[in-house]
Design a protein around this ligand. Structure first.
Ligand code: GLP
Length: 243
């Protein structure tokens, strides 16, 4: 595990965006695994800036997103499909046909999850997977469980996640109860994993996930076993482990 410690969220976003930019310069047709949530927002802003400055080209890039809420159409304001369009895809020269997100409107969970895993394999796997960290240690929507879930699957969101994500909806009962999420297998098979985490509210889970035992009750802890895992965190998020 490589740790990049940033002073604050701005520096963290800048540092992490440089890792993605380097990936695209070295391999212009990279498969990027992308994440939603508030943590990667600064990275997407930096990437748009880099694109506008002519420093990166997305014309050959392929993307696979981690997850999507079940039951939300792609144009719903809180769908992850819309999030990605608003924060990244509509601002860069990526071909929409090369962007992939689980289809939250497919009622056949088994078929949707199998389709998504096949798609990732057909693309040749993920070159760089970007992750945020849920307050309960989830990655994507891999929630704390008694086992590590392997492939893409339908997951019942935990009460902690519903509480954490209700800020984005008009009311708590509008938060979807289920999501489709990439499993830890495809995440762990990515050639490089970059997790970004910011703020004191995540300090406790950062300590548990990356400085404690590997266990499915803290899904992100499995990343300690990844050959090329970069944790990009600000000082506040690292405050539980530094000194
Ligand atoms: C959501 C997403 C995760 C994300 C997490 C943390 O539940 N499914 O991929 O990492 O929230 O979000 P934030 O970065 O807003 O704390």
């Amino acid at each position: 595990m490589q740790i990049i410690s940033a002073k604050d969220y701005g520096q963290l976003s800048w540092q992490a965006s440089k890792l993605l930019e380097a990936q695209l310069v070295l391999k212009p047709d990279s498969v990027l695994g992308l994440a939603t949530g508030s943590s990667p927002l600064g990275i997407y802003e930096e990437l748009v800036r880099a694109y506008q400055a002519g420093a990166v080209d997305f014309s050959h890039v392929r993307t696979v997103n981690l997850d999507e809420y079940v039951g939300l159409p792609g144009d719903h304001p809180q769908s992850y499909a819309r999030f990605m369009r608003e924060h990244l895809f509509s601002h860069v020269n990526i071909d929409p046909a090369n962007t992939h997100i689980p289809d939250g409107m497919n009622p056949d969970a088994e078929a949707e999850c199998a389709r998504y895993d096949e798609l990732i394999h057909r693309l040749g796997g993920i070159d760089l997977q970007l992750l945020g960290l849920g307050p309960n240690g989830h990655i994507g929507f891999n929630e704390p469980e008694d086992y590590f879930p392997a492939g893409t699957h339908k997951v019942a969101l935990t009460e902690a996640t519903i509480q954490a994500n209700k800020r984005f909806f008009d009311s708590e009962d509008q938060v979807p109860r289920f999501a489709y999420t990439m499993g830890v297998r495809e995440i762990m098979q990515s050639r490089h994993v970059v997790l970004v985490v910011s703020g004191e509210s995540k300090a406790k889970i950062v300590k548990e996930a990356f400085f404690g035992p590997v266990k499915p009750q803290v899904p992100a802890s499995i990343l300690q076993l990844h050959r090329r895992f970069t944790l990009v965190a600000d000082e506040a998020a690292l405050s539980g482990v530094s000194k």
